[in-house]
Design a protein around this ligand. Structure first.
Ligand code: FAD
Length: 355
């Protein structure tokens, strides 16, 4: 069996982002890399969206960027604008294609289906696969999105609807998310923050149909693409050691209060590549203890008071656009943190500190 210097387990977003970062920084000229990926084929399966708070390698995979977004409840709507930090959506199909074609030109990089096919005894391993089944009774962000196309000009393509809470909450936290890619094409997602045990929340087709018809007033459309997922809003108990570094969702790159992961993965990949020669000596990358603590308190409130969350999210977005974007993208300073915290209802957050 062949030996490799580096092994990446899971060739998804984190595994391929890291491989690409190693390749473009010439770290695979004299090192070998095996990527262990068990999927049959790469095709568009996700749309990764985020505020672009720093440059990344995938501008050519962006479907669209926006400067305006709204959030609304059944009573009110609030619009924000940010020229400095646009919101971007990446087509995963283009992302996979770009990286696969770059890596295929380097004979030091090989793909395998199973770790048993290689000798990884002396390799530095980057792992993006959860090692055990995650707890369904914990908190998840679960959702289904459809890209629809209408015969007429239906959408305002300049503005996204980040969270629309004007929908059935069913004693949990539920919102719709609309990304208009053009005047007649948009991705519409139904999103829940809840455990995964309650199957009754998963009638996503019905929810989408109903929302598109009754809230958006669209009767005639075709579905181009469907995506579905569940992001754990808790950290897996995986430990890094000298030989295994966890990356991606399995490496704690998800921001728990939002589910945003893509840009954190890019930052982590850059950190690894910059430190690859002394990776066993540098400290493990994380999203910041401050955000881990604040998100924990936030999610405690969410679990205890789901009915209050539409207004809590709505008020949070009353901060200036730069402040809220930096906060949700783990880039805020102390003053900006205080500005967000001051928008929260004091008593229930204070109580959540102690249980
Ligand atoms: C539908 C969807 C939409 C999302 N949208 C956003 C978004 O808009 N913005 C954002 O920031 N985040 C988003 N996320 C969250 C996060 O960015 C993605 O889940 C991202 O793909 C995580 O990257 P990853 O590498 O950790 O996991 P993945 O991309 O899932 O990669 C893991 C890889 O491991 C492979 N694998 C699994 N088991 C094995 C095994 N035993 N052996 C070999 N290979 C294996 C899988 O096939 C997969 O390719 C979304 C998630 C989903 C599911």
């Amino acid at each position: 069996m062949k030996d490799f210097d580096y092994v990446i387990i899971g060739g998804g977003c984190a595994g391929l982002s890291l491989a690409y970062e190693l390749e473009i920084n010439d770290r695979l000229k004299d090192k070998t890399l095996a990527i262990i990926e068990n999927r049959k084929e790469y095709r568009r399966d996700k749309t990764w969206s985020f505020w672009k708070v720093f440059d990344h390698n995938f501008d050519d995979c962006v479907i669209k960027s926006w400067n305006n977004f709204t959030i609304n409840t059944s009573e009110s709507s609030h619009e924000l604008t940010s020229k400095k930090f646009p919101y971007q959506s990446i087509d995963s199909g283009k992302f996979y294609k770009k990286i696969s074609s770059k890596l295929s030109a380097n004979s030091n990089v090989s793909f395998y289906k199973n770790l048993n096919e290689i000798n990884s005894e002396n390799s530095l391993i980057f792992n993006s696969v959860f090692q055990k089944k995650l707890d369904k009774s914990d908190l998840w962000q679960h959702f289904q999105g459809i890209e629809i196309e209408t015969p007429n000009r239906t959408f305002d393509e300049d503005i996204i609807n980040l969270m629309d809470f004007n929908c059935d909450q069913r004693n949990d936290v539920h919102f719709f998310y609309t990304l208009p890619f053009s005047k007649n094409k948009a991705l519409i997602e139904t999103t829940w923050l809840s455990d995964l045990k309650d199957q009754s929340l998963m009638d996503y087709d019905f929810q989408l149909e109903n929302y598109i018809k009754n809230n958006l007033g669209i009767k005639n459309y075709k579905i181009n693409f469907t995506e579905k997922g569940a992001i754990p809003l808790f950290y897996p108990s995986l430990r890094n050691d000298n030989k295994i570094i966890n990356i991606g969702s399995a490496g704690g790159m998800t921001r728990l209060s939002t589910g945003y992961t893509f840009l954190n993965i890019q930052e982590h990949s850059k950190y690894i590549v910059n430190n690859i020669k002394k990776i066993d000596k540098v400290k493990t990358f994380n999203l910041g203890k401050k955000y881990q603590f604040l998100d924990k308190v936030f999610l405690r409130v969410l679990q205890k008071h789901p009915e209050k969350m539409p207004n809590i999210f709505f008020n949070m977005f009353k901060a200036s656009s730069g402040t809220i974007i930096k906060f949700l993208s783990n880039k805020s300073n102390f003053i900006e943190d205080i500005s967000i915290i001051s928008k929260m209802p004091k008593l229930i957050f204070f109580k959540a500190l102690f249980n």
